[in-house]
Design a protein around this ligand. Structure first.
Ligand SMILES: Cc1cc2nc3c(=O)[nH]c(=O)nc-3n(C[C@H](O)[C@H](O)[C@H](O)COP(=O)(O)O)c2cc1C
Length: 502
């Protein structure tokens, strides 16, 4: 290939030169040819890239196509029901609800509803009246002094660092307008999260925002921020579905001077948070830490977020809570299908329990230990429509968080570049030029509308199921497959029989 390239290239150069001498034209073409031949020569003698060594100029097309593959896939190949992690239909729904325009579809379902993966809600022939008020849930167990009335749908944890400044500000302003909360993510509470919206402050293993010089937990710094009026709840992050057992990852390209200053780390280096907490290392320690955060925050709701792995460990936490008579105010169950800014593929594809069995398990376990009424269960994992909200509630959630749903409302096109700092929509980048594309005043309205219209759709579905309150929904409103199997019979039918209670 290399030989052909040079033979053909040099022959073309000679012909072009002759044409130039005879007719005085082709100078620019000749210059381009010379540049291409030089680039080709450089590529043919380098040792790093086999394709460029063999195809010194044409080889660049491979890199170009690789770069625009997600766009080609999305614009030319994808059908409505294709697209991963979210199908085109799901994304369109989120865009339409965010823009507050008609979100109906014509002609009927495009799903193959006779396949065994089909699932649906059992509607009632006596529908209830659709509630126009958006549902809220009071969070605060027996030891909570400042309970918080939360919306049924909220913004899931995404840090400043993972998302741009404009994205965080738009999310927070949208949350303020719609009266729902905005989870800071593990990157800490920043001025961009303090735009008037309610905040759940997440504390990850890096303790960003309440971190001492050794990288451990600093109680004094925590106390100052936890008592800010906009901080309504505090969430200890144990793990997240996209990378359970792996700490947070902030790629060097996104670790700007500003972010490094906020987090107290070296700029322009990849920041890997440890997989586990240094403030505690076992079940008892976790519960003591919850009690300490509650004391330091003057009784604000304290919870933890996890993706379920070993079910026995969660059962042990419940046993210890009962033994110490100390409970978190909420538990966030994140499914293994959850999103992330950056994670090793092995962790995204092969670790952790999906939200459906995890939620059923957590709900059943809390009921078994007689502590379900003390703890609110929050669920995240591809919550994007009214249907997914109703399903989560039916499986055992009191409330839901959505991360990527709200990213779509900001204009995310699922370009799959959150880890490269080149997000074309300015959502998941720290590049100031790209960020400018995201206009806060417009996108905060979309965040507000996405929340309101999605919850309204959930209200409509609730009424179609013949129910007036989400508290009346249980797992039996769902059917799955051509045999209409009850989801309740599918997972953990008697998983807790062997557990001994204290
Ligand atoms: C860009 C991005 C950044 C995230 N950052 C965090 C984080 O800092 N802490 C955390 O607990 N989860 C984080 N997550 C996970 C989400 O909070 C959520 O649990 C998960 O994506 C499931 O929700 P979804 O399916 O609605 O996206 C992040 C997700 C995304 C997409």
């Amino acid at each position: 290939m290399r030989k052909n390239f040079f033979i053909f290239g040099i022959a073309l150069l000679i012909i072009t030169f002759a044409i130039y001498l005879l007719f005085d034209i082709g100078l620019i073409f000749m210059a381009v040819l010379v540049v291409l031949l030089l680039v080709g020569y450089a590529n043919s003698v380098q040792h790093k890239h086999a394709i460029l060594r063999n195809f010194p100029v044409l080889g660049y097309f491979r890199y170009l196509f690789e770069m625009i593959a997600p766009e080609i896939q999305q614009y030319f190949i994808e059908r409505n029901t294709d697209g991963k992690p979210f199908s085109r239909s799901q994304r369109s729904l989120a865009y339409q609800r965010s823009k507050n325009i008609d979100a109906t579809t014509p002609f009927g379902t495009q799903l193959d509803i006779n396949q065994s993966c089909y699932e649906g809600i059992k509607h009632s022939i006596f529908p209830a009246t659709v509630n126009e008020e958006l549902p809220r849930v009071l969070v605060g167990g027996p030891d909570c002094k400042q309970p918080y009335s939360a919306s049924l749908l909220n913004i899931s944890a995404m840090s400043f660092g993972s998302l741009s400044e404009n994205a965080i500000v738009a999310l927070n302003k949208g949350a303020q307008k719609g009266n729902f909360y905005h989870n800071t993510g593990e990157g800490g509470l920043t001025q961009f999260h303090q735009q008037g919206g309610d905040v759940t402050w997440q504390i990850g293993t890096g303790y960003f925002g309440c971190r001492n010089a050794e990288g451990g937990f600093d109680a004094e710094k925590f106390e100052q921020k936890a008592n800010l009026p906009e901080v309504k709840m505090i969430e200890i992050k144990l793990s997240q579905g996209a990378k359970p057992g792996h700490g947070g990852v902030l790629p060097a390209t996104k670790n700007t001077e500003e972010i490094a200053k906020i987090r107290g780390v070296e700029p322009h280096t990849t920041i890997l948070s440890p997989p586990g907490h240094s403030a505690f290392s076992d079940t008892q320690g976790l519960i003591t830490f919850i009690a300490e955060l509650r004391r330091l925050s003057n009784g604000k709701p304290i919870g933890f977020k996890l993706c379920i792995g070993k079910t026995t460990e969660f059962e042990a936490i419940c046993e210890a809570m009962v033994a110490q008579n100390c409970y978190p105010d909420f538990i966030t169950v994140d499914g293994a299908e959850g999103g992330t800014g950056a994670a090793p593929l092995e962790f995204s594809d092969g670790v952790g329990m999906p939200y459906e069995p995890a939620l059923i398990f957590v709900n059943k376990t809390l009921v078994f230990y007689g502590i379900r009424d003390k703890i609110r269960v929050i669920c995240s994992g591809k919550i994007i429509s009214g249907y997914s909200i109703l399903k989560a509630v039916a499986l055992g959630a009191d409330m839901c968080n959505s991360a990527r749903g709200f990213m779509f409302s900001l204009g995310c096109i699922q370009a799959l570049r959150c880890n490269t700092n080149t997000c074309p929509t300015g959502v998941a980048t720290q590049d100031k030029m790209l960020m400018k594309g995201l206009v806060v005043s417009d996108k905060s309205e979309r965040v507000f509308h996405f929340h309101r219209n999605t919850l309204h759709a959930a209200n409509e579905l609730l009424a179609a199921a013949g129910k007036s309150s989400f508290a009346d929904v249980d797992i039996n409103i769902f059917m799955r497959g051509d045999e209409f199997t009850h989801l309740a019979d599918l997972y953990f039918p008697d998983n807790l029989k062997s557990v001994t209670r204290y």
